[in-house]
Design a protein around this ligand. Sequence first.
Ligand code: ARG
Length: 466
Amino acid sequence: MGRSEPSVLWAGRFTDKPDAEAFAFQASIKVDKRLVFEDIEGSRAHAAMLGKQGIISPETAAALDGELSNIAAEIKSGKLCIDETAEDIHSFIEGVLTSRLGDIGRSVHAGRSRNDQVALDIRLYLKRRIPEIQSGIESAVNTLLDIAERHTESIMPGYTHLQRAQCVTLGFYLCAWVCALRRDKLRFADALVRLDECPLGAGALAGSSLPLDREAVAASLNFSAPTLNAMDSIADRDFALELASDCAIVQTHLSRFCEDIAIWSSEEFKFIDLSEAWSTGSSIMPQKKNPDYAELIRGKAGRTTGNMVTLFTLLKGLPYAYNKDLQEDKEALFDSMDTVETCLRMFSGMMSGARFNTERMSAASTGGFLEATDAAEYLVRKGLPFRKAHETAALLVRDCIEAGQNSILRRSLGELKKRSPLFEEDIFAALSPSSCASARSLLGGPAPEEVRRQIAVLRKSGQPLP
Ligand code: ARG
């Protein structure tokens, strides 16, 4: 095959050399090399524990620790490159240790399997990555809250079925998204709680007959506790399902928000003007300024949902306990986390450079009968049962359509009174777009003072989690 056979950890039982192409097919180093520092951290904790327990000598433990720390420093500085012909990151690190320390290097794997090693590495990695994603969510939230603060009074149409429904404020709309993103952040925090158990000592599937101190190693790696059951520790990847789902949910939120941004940046809506730095042009149509970033963030939701489905499909029906299939977990999970982290950054950048066209939004709030529900509620306040009030307002809408008018406000008081004597002069002030939005001052509503309250609550709930 024109390549030298790689050295492997399990060669002893075999007389034949591995087929080079097959070996490369089953190798995972190209994906799991990103776990290198977690792998070294885990090995250092494991070696120290082996030393304390008298499984290896204190000198051996110290030599392993020193060399592992050298290896980490050399990889960081670029002096040592990860050899991508190795089978996986665990084999690579053990191989370097052995080439440098001989039998001392060969002693590190006592009481350990790559099965518990990889289960540990991923958990350590996720414990580091999740807070980074959470801070990406927090930046997006702060960007949106800053915009919301400037637009607590900006009236816009709220839509259902993409038809104008009721008058709201832009601040209200943005706070809605912040609520969703905050739940996303909490979902990650929740995943962190379940991740916080150390699988080291679970071995291949059934622990070890050596006197490992699982509690000490868990504590030294900052886990709350060791996992309870060895087989569960190495067999399950429910944390990957959970995180891939968490990623798919954030990405779905971003995707949906970006759909609105793309629509709003159309000439037909013109609610938003994306900055040139966050737009692209066309190679053929000179006039174009396209919302590509919004579209791409929207599109990436296909990828994160796909990764989630990949992981569920991978685990479904898999015989207990470890199977090589599990190696496929990392590519999908890492891709989802990378995608979400990048998209959150892109989203924040795009939104902070955007300008909202409040005049267009306000103009779109007049005409289209957004005040119809408010007309009905006016009548309810005057004592009419809601169903009758709804019918009266519907008849007013019909009167307008027949007269070629696009708002109940175009009717005279006399015309309104023909439909209900309960209408008075104050109806005109009550049905203006800003009155309609302000009147919805209920908890959770779009009224400016209520939105200011929501912003304050949302700012406060962004405090670091306990
Ligand atoms: N690269 C493997 C994985 O990611 C490590 C565990 C290998 N274990 C084994 N028994 N082949 O799952």
